[in-house]
Structures are given as C-alpha cells and as structure tokens.
Design a protein around this ligand. Structure first.
Ligand code: ATP
Ligand code: MG
Length: 266
C-alpha cells in the first residue's frame, strides 16, 4: 500500500475557503466554504445545476477555483500538476456517469483502479500482476459481484454498474472517495445496499466519503454532515446525529423539511 501518499493525522482532510468557480460564463459556485473531517461521510445535496458536481471537481483538481482556496491533505488540487498526482492516486472519484469502460469486462474495469500504483511499462502493456488480479476478484466478491468478472460492463444493470464503479474505486486503496450521485435512480433497497458498501469500507479503512445525493433521506441517514447547495452557495450545513438535525452555521435546530425544501427540484 502506498502509505507515503496518505495525509496521516490531518483532522480536516478537505478545506474550502470562499471558493468561486466558473466554466466561462456566469458562476457555478459563489463563495463556498467547507471543512470536511477525516473519516467522515459528508453529503452534498441541492437542486439540479446548483453546483454539486462542481464541488467534487474542485476537490480532485479537475477544475481550479476562480477565487478562494481549496486544500486536500496538505496539497492544492491540480489534476495536471506533478505534486498533486501522488495525492490524486488516493482519491477514488466516481463521476456522475460512473466512467466505466463499457466494452470491457467487469474485472478489467476494476483492475483499472490499480493502474495509478503500477509502473508505466505495466500500464502500457495492459497486463496486471497476479496479485492485483486476485485482489480485484476479492473486491468484486465483496461488492456482491463474485463470478461476474468476465461480463462486459455494458451488459449490467444500473445497480451492478454502480457496484463495479465502487469496486474500481476501492481497488485504488483510496483515502478519499468522491462519489457523484452513485445511488440515484435506484430502488431504495439497492441504494441502501450500495451505501452499506461505502459505510463498510469507511469502517474498515477510515476512508473519508464525500457523496453527492439526489435523495435527501439517504444523505440524512448515512452522513454526519449534510451541505445544502443552492445556486452556487452553501445555504445550509447541518450536523446529523440520529434524529437530531442541527444547523451547523447558526447552531439552531433545523428540520428535515428545511433541507428538503432547498434540495427539491423546482
Ligand atoms: N462543463 C461545463 N461547461 C459549462 N457550464 C457547466 C459545465 N458543467 C457545469 N456547468 C454549469 O455549472 C452549474 C453547476 O453545474 P453542476 O454540474 O455542478 O451542477 P449539479 O448540482 O451537479 O447538477 P445535477 O444535479 O444536474 O448534476 C450549472 O449551471 C451548469 O450548467
Ligand atoms: Mg451533478
């Protein structure tokens, strides 16, 4: 395991300070600050187009802030920068479209998670060491896809594809998991099973999970903090402890209805 890349001992593993972001016209984010505790499950909810995916893209350095500061571990995210590449290896990112290679087998998709830690030669040859293959098979079994490694990714159900994406991320031995709506449009039972896999990985490895959710109930059920984004601003950040929801920004008790009102699509 690539222990050297792990930002050990940092309590706040991700920090954002008054971050503004743009894709060219208008602002996708307008002054968001956030502080994410190591090992926690941090949820982001909000209407379509509010800026949720943009927040994740800032955390893995795919997008640079127009203004303000982002810090992950001890680094400033920059996906193209040499310095951040070591940190990036330990960030498991699951994009909204999952990013699977559809015409490739499930096993190979999972093995792609190991690529960042393999040498350039091995990567170019596309051959994986036996140990990695064995691990990929173990990870597949742990997400309930044992024996399905030979299937092509395009021939899977929505729930199965999400399991493959999680398996690929776990294969990376991540310190941080950034997951963009990976449980949306699933039946509640399957969504909970997928969330269970993430929780299990968190217990086992101390992983920090930052997850964008469409469903506020799932966010409240699994996260210890829920940030509500509206029109590029963080309008609410609540701490969740059992049934008690506290508005972290004002210290007052907040209601589930308030969270839901902000995140319901107009
Ligand atoms: N590549 C891009 N180029 C231009 N504008 C973009 C791009 N990606 C996002 N945007 C814009 O930035 C804003 C925030 O987008 P973002 O994808 O972060 O929203 P979101 O909250 O993830 O929405 P959804 O729930 O639909 O996934 C939107 O107004 C969107 O149109
Ligand atoms: Mg999105």
């Amino acid at each position: 395991m690539d222990e050297g890349a792990r930002p050990i001992g940092l309590r706040r593993i991700i920090q954002m300070n008054d971050v503004w972001a743009t894709y060219g016209s208008g602002h996708a984010l307008r002054g968001v600050s956030a502080s994410i505790e190591s090992g926690s499950n941090y949820a982001i909810v909000g209407r379509s187009g509010s800026g949720k995916s943009t927040l994740l893209r800032l955390m893995n350095g795919m997008l640079a802030p127009e203004r303000g500061a982002v810090r992950v571990g001890y680094d400033v995210p920059d996906a193209r920068g040499r310095r951040f590449r070591r940190t990036l290896r330990t960030i498991g990112y699951i994009p909204q479209n999952l990013g699977l290679v559809k015409n490739t087998t499930v096993l190979r998709n999972v093995l792609l998670g190991a690529l960042p830690r393999l040498g350039a030669v091995q990567s170019a040859l596309g051959r994986f060491p036996e140990g990695e293959v064995a691990e990929a098979e173990r990870v597949l079994a742990s997400v309930g896809l044992g024996g399905m490694g030979h299937r092509k990714a395009h021939a899977l159900s929505g729930g199965e594809r999400r399991r493959v994406a999680i398996a690929r991320a776990l294969m990376q031995h991540p310190t941080i998991l950034l997951a963009d709506e990976i449980v949306s449009e699933l039946d509640p039972g399957t969504a909970r099973e997928i969330m269970g896999l993430v929780s299990e990985a968190q217990r086992r490895t101390g992983l920090t999970a930052v997850m964008v959710h469409h469903d506020v109930s799932l966010a409240l059920e699994y996260a210890s903090r829920v940030a509500v984004i509206s029109e590029g601003k963080k309008v609410l950040e609540i701490g969740v402890d059992g049934d008690s929801i506290t508005d972290f920004q004002t210290g007052s008790q907040s209601t589930r209805e308030a969270v839901e009102a902000y995140s319901r699509d107009a």
